[in-house]
Write a protein that binds this ligand. Structure first.
Ligand code: CP
Length: 401
């Protein structure tokens, strides 16, 4: 079976079930508490162009840092993320140098975007660089991802060529590739961005696949701004109703970044089918346990809201129902009461509220909550710009990381 993206059949092509060949373990020993999985790629060493290419030689022999991708925050320590956030605060505070003069990035979008596209394009511009947007299948050729494919179908080129060619032109490649929503066993391998990371010789940045690490940074920055610190604070991650089964990426990301930042996290969802992938549950539980905190799953709305300092809302599809969404529908329809509203927020000690956006008003969250001074979703959206500039500075210009 074929795995191609960007063609007319994007939504309909069954994802191939093969594992990604050549996947390696986590980026740095000790930075990830879960076993190596396909989405965690080791730094690429010794190939390509630019400042971050090549990392041979030991300490004291002019050792240069390995090129690093930004595929998942699981590959980064809390200390490294805190450095990025500190840079983001500095960039937000006032005028700054244009550290990316002459640098460029390709933004490869397989799915729509408002915030991600705008903030990356603008961020590169504000740092003196250039962003080029590519939409495979819509102005750029549809891409094949299967290794060894006989390419007699729709895709006109293979990710091997795409990633290598772009690496000759630009200094980084950012990719948005949502799951195909057919089989979670396939989607959880994150094969599109993994293929870009494997074949590119420049840093690859995740603009949302099965996690959304840039959104994590923005959430972290906003939490720090509003709460002062995150350690010991309680974050409620609540599933909300939405008429369609959505990506689990932001929920996975909110879970792992809150736990990594030392928060007590409650995951509220209608039933056990909506619990997130064990990879992210285990990672969050590991981060929490290491800091004396907890990750709890609840299906009881009232008790979950009580004591929350922050309510973070997101809707997602139940993993056991991937590809069988008609079977999930009755569960979803029974759970319309999970919408975030003023009555539920009143159960909290005046909690903050946020959402990654886009949000459907009065379906996922009521007007009253979104328009409240305790809502910080617009701040979070703004902070996408600042954290991504910090990330681009770190990966492309050797900034703090
Ligand atoms: N939150 C977010 O990533 O928004 P877009 O889908 O508009 O980029």
């Amino acid at each position: 079976r074929r795995c191609c993206y960007g063609g007319a059949g994007d939504r309909g092509v069954a994802a191939a079930a093969r594992r990604i060949p050549g996947s390696r373990g986590s980026a740095r020993a000790g930075t990830s508490i879960i076993p190596p999985v396909a989405h965690e790629i080791a730094p690429v060493r010794g190939a390509g162009r630019g400042r971050f290419r090549g990392c041979e030689g030991g300490a004291g022999r002019g050792r240069r840092p390995a090129m690093r991708h930004f595929l998942s925050t699981l590959d980064y320590t809390r200390a490294e993320l805190e450095l990025l956030l500190a840079t983001a605060r500095r960039l937000k505070a006032g005028p700054h140098a244009q550290t990316l003069g002459g640098k460029s990035i390709a933004l490869v979008f397989f799915n729509p975007s408002l915030r991600t596209r705008t903030s990356f394009e603008l961020g590169m511009h504000q740092l003196g660089g250039k962003a080029i947007v590519l939409e495979p299948g819509k102005g750029a050729w549809p891409i094949e991802f299967d290794e060894g494919a006989i390419m007699d179908g729709e895709p006109e080129e293979h990710v091997r060529e795409v990633a290598q060619v772009l690496s000759r032109y630009v200094d980084a490649i950012a990719v948005r590739a949502f799951p195909k929503f057919q089989r979670w066993e396939d989607d959880r391998e994150d094969r599109v961005i993994q293929a870009f990371a494997r074949h590119a010789s420049v840093p690859v940045i995740n603009m949302e696949t099965i996690t959304h690490p840039c959104q994590e940074l923005a959430l972290a920055m906003t939490l720090q701004e509003r709460l002062g610190g995150t350690d010991g604070k309680k974050l409620l991650l609540t599933w909300t109703y939405h008429p369609k089964p959505l990506n689990t990426a932001v929920a996975n990301s909110a879970l792992i970044i809150a736990a990594k930042l030392g928060m007590d996290v409650t995951l509220l969802c209608p039933s056990p089918e909506y619990v997130l992938d064990p990879r992210y549950m285990a990672a969050a539980q590991g981060f929490a346990a290491a800091q004396g905190r907890s990750v709890t799953v609840s299906h009881d709305i009232a008790s979950a809201y009580r004591g929350a300092d922050v309510v973070y809302a997101k809707s997602w599809g139940a993993l056991p129902y991937f590809g069988r969404w008609a079977d999930e529908r009755p569960l979803r329809e029974r759970s319309r009461g999970f919408m975030v509203d003023a009555e539920k927020m009143a159960l909290t000690p005046n909690a903050l509220f946020s959402h990654c956006l886009p949000v459907r008003r009065n379906v996922k969250v009521s007007d009253e909550v979104l328009d409240s001074p305790r809502a910080m979703h617009i701040d979070e959206a703004e902070n996408r710009l600042h954290v991504q500039k910090a990330l681009l500075d770190a990966l492309l210009a050797g900034g703090t990381l």
